[in-house]
Every structure is written in C-alpha cells, then in structure tokens.
Design a protein around this ligand. Sequence first.
Ligand code: ZN
Length: 600
Amino acid sequence: MTEDVLRHVSDRAYSGDRSMQIAQSIEQPLSDQGIRPSVRKDCSSENWLQNLCQLALEARSLLFRARMWLESIASRARPLRQSTGPLQVIAFLAGFALCSACLVGRASNDASISPSSSGDLLIRGGLVLDGTGSAPKLADVLVRGGKIEAVAPHGRLQATPSVHVIDAAGRVVAPGFIDPHSHGDPLETPGFENFLAQGVTTITLGQDGSSPATADFPKLFTEYEAKGLGVNIAMFVGHGSLRAASGIGQSAHPSDEALAQMAQMLDAALDHTFGMSSGLEYQPGLWASSGELEALAKVVGARDRVIMSHMRNEDDDQLDAAIDELLAQGRFARVHAAHLKSVYGQGTERGRAIIQRLQQARASGIEVTADFYPYTASYTSVSLIFPVWAKTQADFEANKITRRADLLQHLRHRVLARNGPGAMLMANAPYTGMALDAVAKQLGKPFEVALVDDLGPNSGSAAYFVMNEALQGALLEGEMVMVGSDGSPTGFHPRGHGSVARIIEREVLEFQRLSLASAVKKMTSMPANVLGLKDRGRIATGMVADLVVFDPEAVQETATFENPHQLAEGFDWVFIGGQLAFESGQGTVDRLGRVLMPAD
Ligand SMILES: [Zn+2]
C-alpha cells in the first residue's frame, strides 16, 4: 500500500487513546496476531454526532441486509423476473433514506484505512457475500499475510493499531471477481484498469483458439510480470495456436503424426495453462474435425483441465449442433461454452430450451458450463460474416474476382439475417462508430459491395446487434451459466469496461433476475471452479484475499457503445492478495497481479 493512500485517511474508531486502551485492557489468545474479541460497543466516541452517524450506518447496514435477505428468499420462492414485493420496497426505501441522511458522516467514514506497517487488514461491518450463493452475513473479515485468516460475525473481531481497518458498513464484501472469458495483451495494457475498476481481480487470456506462441510460456509470463500486472492472469493455450505451432495450420486433413505432435504440444502447454481454448468459427479452428477435437479433449481430460470453446456456429439454427459438438468432447474433458448466445434467436422459451440441452448433458454426467456477457450486441472480427472460402486475405483476394457474385450474395444474405447493415457498428478507422448502412451510404454503393471493395474480412472488428434480450436473459438464469465479459481494455464495445457493473445494475437491481448473492456466485466461485482455482473465488478461512468492497446501489456502468472506454463506478476498494490494488476515485494504487499457475 502506498504512503499516499495511507496518508489521506485515518481510522476514527481505532485511533489514539482508544486503541491503546483496548490493547492494554484485553488479553486473548488472538491478541498477538492483531485481533481480539470485542468487549466494547463500536459507538464509543464521546462525540455525539459521530455516535449518531455510526448508529445510522449500522442501521442502514442492517436494513440493507434485510433487503438482501428478502431478495434471496424471494428469488428462491417465486419465478424470476417478477415485480418488487412491498417488503422489499419498504426495506429498500428505508435503507436509502438512512443512507442519504448520513451522507455527511459517511464522508469521513468512507476511507478508513489506518496507517500500519503490518499489512494486515480488517474489513469491518460489511455484508459478506462469500461467493457460494449463500445469503449475505454481517461480518468482519480479517486478512493476514495475503490470506483470509478469519471471518466472524460483526463485532467479534477487534483490531490493534497494527491492522489496517476498512469500515465497510453499508457495503458488500465479495471475493474479487474472476472473468472466465476475457481478452487483452499484457505487454500492451498491463494495468487492465478496465477490469480492476469493476472489482475483477483475475482474468483469463488465450481465448477463442488464439494464445501467444506456446513454446515458452514461462519466459512470456516473466515478461508479463515485469510489466507490472494490474490483475491476475490465468492463461489458456489456443487450439489454433497449437495448429500453427505443429505445422498443421489451415489443413483440413492433418496427418496422424502431425495430430500426435499437436497433442504432445498441448500436454506440455497444460503445465502452464488452465486448459485449451478453441475458436471453431475462425481460422484455423474451423478446419478441425470432431475426431481432432476429441483426440485433444482426451489430453485435456487426462490433466483435469477444461476446454473453453467459441463454438462452431452461434446462429440460432446451427447452435444446437454446435453445442452437441462441444458435448461430444465433454465425454473426455470438462467443457465450457464461451459467451453463450443465440444469434437472431428469439424469446424466453428458446433460451430455456438451450439451457435444458446443457442441463440434460450435465444430468448424464458431462461437466459442461458456460459464460455469458450482458449485452445484446456481440463484437468480433469483420471476417465472421465472410464465407469460409474468403476469410483469409489470400482466399478473399482470389475469390472476390473468381466468385464475386457468390460472395456478394453470401454477404447480403448473412448481414440481412443478422438484423441488417444498420445493426453492424464498425470499430476501426476510418469508419469507427459508423453503422455499415451509413458507411455504404457515404460510399454511395450497396453495403455488400462496400464490404467487398472497401472493407474486406480483415478490415477490423465490429459490434453486431444480433441478440434478443428475452432469450439472453433466460440463458443467464441457467444454473451452469456464469458471467464473463469477453471484453478487453481496447475493444470498441462497452463489455470490457462495464459487464460486472451492468450485471449488478440491471440484472440484479433493475430486473431482479438474479439475487446479488447469485450474481456474485456467477462471478466468483463458479469461474474459480471451472479454472480449478481452489484458493480463490470464495471468502473463507485460508483463501487468498482477493476481495472487492462496494455499495451495489452506487455501482454504475458508464461505458457506452459510443464511448466504450469509460471505467465503471461504485467499486470502492479492490484487494489482490490482501493489498489495495484499486481505490475508487484514486484509480490503480498498486500493480499486484500475478500470472497464476494451474494446480495439478
Ligand atoms: Zn469468442
């Protein structure tokens, strides 16, 4: 923790004489570790105004807890997406009123990190969501040596002056969020503030079949850490990258020897990675047969890693077949559908049918999970809409002459099926922020001609408004579906800066599709389980202290499709390994991320 951060705050309740008084008057077994059972009420100050505010904060905290408790009971007892019940409204309004009433008091309470050299931390009086989906508990969390040492009902643990104290009254304390599907280049943007500002403490890279060169991960990881990482990174090895490294490249019929070599390279790469990603809608993954994928699944399964797949096709009429192809690999390894979505599918029932397909597979013993980002627009390379035979620049250049009519017809049909040229927002210069129909109008030609003559498959990326809110909402409700962003620090889509905030703002508070406990579970213990991270993703004794403290009511997604690179707001403190990594209003405090290693 930097001196700057420590200098501008002080812990009112534990400063000066009172701390000394407590330290001298109590003898308990834990006292030499910096903690002790409390023998005094918290509101002990002589200052009646501070007392009043402290009481108000506690009351607000209790009311907020009541509301969350009601939410969790209500979400279990009734079908999802119903209107707010009267008790919830009362609890919510009372909590909000108290919050507003003690705003002045909060100003001095907001940042209560007390100066200390021990590095130990007591997060006091927050509503602890432990990441398992359990109801919130008003509790104190003690962190020592980067790990969670104790979680106890509020007031049972007391701090000595050597412990930093965070007053989390009225806030939620959750495990740091883990993003199971993210993007970015740690050598270019090592800070990953877009994730950190949302309470994300671990991201996953090497997705969609594409990872850095597989030969020397340890050397690469040393370079990453030398840059100073803002968040932890869990790496995947890309199936496409393995194809390149083993010389298979774009071949549809690799030899047995080449396949065996690729399997061997995969096995070696799994020493340093959490599994294999595939991108079967992209080059060169689209050339892989089911036989090839199943052979690789055996290697992944033997190491108890996971296959994380951008499936063969996300169009609604192709999606079931794509899921079945993933499930076939699931006979040999744990499998995970990345950014589960239906392109141009409609309605809740269709969403539920997709979830049921996954549920049935799980019932039959296949360990399948999925992640989801909370937007109805996807974002990927423009090559996605080009046919298989015109995706690479070379194929495109040849076929735009020899098969021009076919190409134009394919593009026209595909774009219209994906809600038309008005639903495709270009991300790269010179057309950044323009929809394809506007580009076509500016160029004075039909959009498919513009795609062939002015853009091409390698003209960058675009956001595609191709999803249906009702269908996607039903997907999020799936018990095996967790939250990922599919975002990056630089992508021209708000998901990289706003996914977590949007889940809390919309899916939890506005639509009440999920309880907050359930949303937190989908962003913590669920992705931790998929990655096999046994010491992260939950608040429990012995776990690594990656933590986030936030007020759900204050959480705000500020990124938009027009301005996608704006940091989310409302996540007050983010800790990695028990140290302050991000503080709202201060930004990144310290680069504390590490490259994580899979457990064998
Ligand atoms: Zn993808």
